[in-house]
Each structure stands twice: as C-alpha cells, then as structure tokens.
Design a protein around this ligand. Sequence first.
Ligand SMILES: [Zn+2]
Ligand SMILES: [Zn+2]
Length: 145
Amino acid sequence: MIKYSRQREYIRDFLAGQKDHPTAETIYRNAQKEFPNISLGTVYRNLAQLEQLGEIKKLSTGQGPDHFDGNTSPHYHVICTTCGSVIDLEMENINHINILAKTGFDGEIEGHFVYFYGTCKNCLERNGRQPSALPQTLENAIHGQ
Ligand SMILES: [Zn+2]
Ligand SMILES: [Zn+2]
C-alpha cells in the first residue's frame, strides 16, 4: 500500500492536463512552482509509483529521456526524429500483429511495443516541406504499387 502524497497527486494531475508527454525534467520544473523544495529524485520516485499504480504510462522511446503520459488508455505515438516530440496518434488498433507474431513463435505472445517515427508538422514547415500525399488506397500502400 503506497501512502497518500500531495506531491504525487500534483504530478498525476499535472500529467492528466498535458498532451505533450513531458519528460521528468519538465515535470520537475513545473512541480517546483508548487513545491519549491522538491528534488528531481522525488519526482522520479513519484513517477515510478504512479506507473506502478497504473495511473500514468512511461514511454521509453529509445530516443533521449523517457516521456510520461497521463492518458493510460491504449493509443499509439509518433516520435519526431527532428525535435524529439512525442505525439498522440489516432489510429485503428493493430492488435492482430500479436497473431502474426504468434505464427512464427512457439511460445505465447502477450503484447507488443509500437512507436512510429517521422517528422512532425512543425518541423516539416520549418524546413519548407509538405507532408507527402497519402496513397490512393491502403491496399496500394501495403503492397507498394
Ligand atoms: Zn518535430
Ligand atoms: Zn499519449
């Protein structure tokens, strides 16, 4: 049983109001406004507890520091390889890849981690680029015609 902590509540509420998946550093800087004596170590400890309680999600993107998400419902993310931002992606779920994986695996598949990466709209615009057009049909996209 983890005892109640005002700092942990603050961090949970802060994350619930953020859409941009902040890092521990950013959360720490914001928490300092409310708790001037809070340490970065305390922020990390609270984040670990919240994750353990299932109230937040940790996103280890393999690029830079971990990000944290107050939205624990299943959804996908795109990582911008230019600015490092982590962006929510609305997409049909692809849980059937567990079945695809199982066809080549003798054990039991229990899940998967998927991160998409690319260049966000802001970074494209900053470099004078446009997002490419979508292929005419998904079928063409998948089979490369
Ligand atoms: Zn970007
Ligand atoms: Zn998210």
